[in-house]
Design a protein around this ligand. Structure first.
Ligand code: HH2
Length: 284
């Protein structure tokens, strides 16, 4: 008798924010040497890819001009590419930034607007021929957390992602280059929307595209662990336990990759979870 097929290990995408104001690590990596050193650390820690962002998406973050965003991310992408083959993703909603990043060596365009920000986003993605991450967000980053409403959050996010995948394919993006992401925390009530979405991830996975999940250090973790210390406590860098718990819930639902700040700890947690899962498959 053959044992059931082993699912592929969940990939880990390490986050590098070269921003001054990202919610968990803003301002730490604006100096080029610090960002490259961080990239080396994440690769050594086991990152399968790196996601580089030059503009924060948190509510209230200052918009960054296209040229400034390119100036932040392109030298870093070039420097990483000069010494490593680890795939690089560019986290941007601007086609010109994606274009410059791909020219510098990025192979994935991670767009929190699912290629809706600019009229030519879909066409540029098709032209670049890179992988694309299509993420769900209700509204715009500046206002998205102002009373988001859904009748059925899992159904609506799933339908949205299916429709954006169709739109991308209609524009010429190859099916095999499309990733989907439920956009945890993007226009979602911290508890009433994020938790059903995490519990219903299998419905997004069932669409047949690889799913990327971003839960690392997000505020819903603090909301579940406020310990009476207020809505933003514990602070972002003390949310590792919750980040790992949510990443493992994603692994159980069949996500293909998780986007995280704490690569080493997440890789270890995933390998242990996968080994136990595999032992269970053999035993059954
Ligand atoms: N979350 C953030 C940014 N980009 N991209 C995808 N695909 N999925 C996510 O969940 C996601 C994302 C927010 O996290 P971070 O980059 O740490 O913060 P900021 O946007 O403030 O830079």
């Amino acid at each position: 008798m053959t044992s059931p097929a082993t699912p592929a290990p969940v990939r880990v995408m390490g986050v590098i924010n070269v921003t001054s104001d990202s919610f968990s690590d803003g301002g730490r990596l604006t100096e080029p040497g610090a960002a490259l050193a961080h990239a080396r650390r994440l690769i050594a820690d086991g990152a399968d890819s790196l996601d580089i962002g030059g503009e924060s998406t948190r509510p209230g973050a200052a918009p960054v001009a296209e040229g400034d965003e390119i100036a932040r991310v392109v030298p870093l992408i070039r420097a990483i590419r000069a010494e490593s083959t680890t795939p690089i993703s560019i986290d941007t909603m601007k086609p010109a930034v994606a274009r410059a990043a791909v020219a510098a060596g990025a192979t994935i365009w991670n767009d929190v607007t699912a290629l809706r920000h600019a009229p030519d986003s879909l066409a540029v993605a098709a032209e670049l021929g890179c992988e694309v991450v299509l993420m769900h967000m209700l509204g715009e980053p500046g206002t998205m957390q102002a009373e988001p409403h859904y009748d059925d959050v899992v159904a609506q996010v799933t339908e949205f992602l299916a429709a954006r995948a169709e739109a991308a394919m209609a524009a010429g993006v190859a099916r095999g280059r499309i990733w989907l992401d439920p956009g945890i925390g993007f226009g979602k009530h911290m508890i009433a929307h994020n938790l059903p979405l995490l519990a219903g991830l299998d419905r997004i996975v069932a669409l047949g595209f690889p799913v990327l999940l971003g839960v690392s250090r997000k505020r819903f973790i603090a909301a579940l662990d406020d310990g009476g210390r207020g809505p933003d406590k514990p602070p972002a860098h003390q949310r590792l336990g919750g980040s790992i718990a949510a990443a493992l819930a994603g692994a159980a639902a069949g996500v293909a990759a998780v986007r995280v700040h704490d690569v080493r700890e997440t890789v270890q947690a995933l390998r242990v979870w996968e080994a136990i899962d595999q032992a269970g498959r053999i035993a059954r």
